[in-house]
Each structure stands twice: as C-alpha cells, then as structure tokens.
Design a protein around this ligand. Structure first.
Ligand SMILES: C[S@@+](CC[C@H](N)C(=O)[O-])C[C@H]1O[C@@H](n2cnc3c(N)ncnc32)[C@H](O)[C@@H]1O
Length: 253
C-alpha cells in the first residue's frame, strides 16, 4: 500500500517517486533545519526528545533512526543515550545525510526504508520522524522494521496528521498549504525550500488514514500497535516486535 496516491503534478508514475523525493530533499537540505525550527515554533527538538523518553528509549539501547534527514531525531536521542555510539542514522538523500554528519558522531548509512541494508535483529529501538509519507510501500517498510528489530524491540513513528474536525482542518490547511510555504520562500529566498514545504502539505493532505497505517503495522507482524495524538496534530505510532511466546495484544486507535 502506498502512503498516499501518486501525485501526478509531481511525478508521473509510482516508480518515479523515489528519484523525485530524493531530489527534493537534496535541494532543500541546507534550509531544512531553519524552516522546521521556526515553522513549528521552535518546539521540534524538545518535542522529539520528550516523545522518545515517553515511548521508552533508554541509555544502552541500540537505535536505528530511519529517514534521519538532518539528524533531528538522532540528536535528541543522543541526549537520552548520553552518546551517539549506538545510533545508526539511515537516509535516502545524500544532501540530508551530509548535514546530519556535521552534528553527531553516529554511524551513517545511505539507504531506503523499504530495503534496509542492515542485519536482522540488530536494534532495540527504531524511529522514523516525519518520513512515512515518502516511502513507496508501507508493507515493505514495516516488514523491514520488524526484521531489523530485536525481539522486544520498540518502534516509534512520528508524523503530522491532518485533523478531522472542520475548524481545525481549516486552520491546518491555511497554515500548511498557504502560509508555511509562503513564509519559507520569504525567509530563505529559496524556491527549492518553498517547494519542499509545498510537497509537505500535499503529502499530508493525501495521506492514508491512521487506521490503515496501524493495519499495515500489524500485518507486518508487529504487536501492541497504537496511535497516540498530541494536540490533535502530531501522531505517534508505536509498536513492539514480540518475543517468542508473547501473546498478541490488540490494536488501539
Ligand atoms: C521531512 S524529512 C524528516 C527528517 C527527520 N527525520 C526529522 O525528524 O526532521 C524526510 C526525510 O525522509 C527521507 N526519505 C524519503 N524517502 C525515504 C526512504 N524511502 N527511505 C529513507 N529515507 C527516506 C528524506 O531524504 C528526508 O531526509
């Protein structure tokens, strides 16, 4: 299942999506941190750290941060782990990875979420921040997450989700569709950065509903699948790779 239908104004076929997305992030990489910093009212670093703590990241854990981008989740994780030694950061964009490398002494891997070039059962904790909309298959991605997690390992996926209420939906659209790309262009003077933020909106607008994300997590064999929402806007999808002999737990919506 695709996380959103093909966006024909951006790329012609589903096969063309990875190249399009890579180019978008390669070009926008140098602006990404500044744009998401003020765009989310400077809350991004503390929210990422708080969420990792809430969902059980512990010192000593081996962490894989998939779609690490410029390293915002990994930097927050290193503060909890007190080191970056056990952090592996993976991304499909060399431009984004180049920025991340300047921030922490983790292991960096160029690769795709759908086909992780990493061994089985290697990680205690796996994160993916604001990138689920960019993969080409939810099932392939979640199967890979299940494969590389150790039994008992935890998954945390952070996303921004369009609110369902009319009023909240109106302001969400006003901000992410119109104001955010406009302000991005004004502050960065970069068409590439504006384009990155326009695409951000388009993919959120077209994204499959949370229930389908949870169903795909379950069908990949993950258990204790849950979605927690913060301010009705931020989705935190969590799941666990069961240990042999664990009884399956139901999904929560
Ligand atoms: C919006 S950025 C998120 C960066 C970071 N995780 C954060 O919390 O800000 C999305 C990232 O996903 C990466 N990406 C897109 N498709 C990917 C894929 N299939 N596999 C791995 N990374 C991917 C992009 O290169 C980009 O760095």
């Amino acid at each position: 299942m695709l996380p959103h239908p093909t966006l024909a104004t951006r790329y012609a076929t589903p096969e063309a999506k990875p190249e399009y997305v890579n180019r978008l992030f390669d070009r926008g990489a140098k602006h990404y941190d500044a744009v998401v910093d003020w765009g989310f009212l400077r809350s991004g670093a503390s929210y990422r750290r708080w969420s990792l703590q809430q969902h059980g990241l512990l010192p000593g854990d081996h962490l894989l941060d998939v779609a690490c981008g410029t390293g915002l989740v990994a930097v927050a994780a290193a503060k909890i782990l007190h080191t970056a030694d056990n952090i592996t950061c993976l991304d499909a964009s060399t431009g984004m990875l180049d920025v991340a490398r300047t921030k922490l002494a983790a292991r960096f891997v160029l690769g795709r979420a759908e086909q992780l070039p990493l061994p089985d059962q290697a990680f205690d904790f796996l994160t993916m921040g604001y990138a689920l909309r960019h993969v080409t298959s939810l099932e392939d991605t979640f199967r890979e997450f299940h494969r590389v997690l150790k039994p008992g390992g935890k998954l945390l996926i952070l996303e921004v989700t369009k609110p369902t209420g009319r009023l909240a939906g109106f302001f969400f659209r006003l901000y992410f569709r119109h104001l955010y790309p406009l302000l991005t262009r004004l502050f960065t003077r970069s068409d590439d950065a504006r384009d990155m933020m326009r695409y951000y909106w388009e993919t959120m607008d077209a994204c499959v509903p949370p229930a389908l994300v949870l169903a795909a997590l379950q069908s990949a064999g993950l258990t204790e699948t849950k979605r927690n929402t913060v301010l009705g806007l931020f989705s935190e999808y969590t799941a666990v790779k069961a240990r042999p002999g664990d009884l399956p737990l139901p999904t929560e919506f």
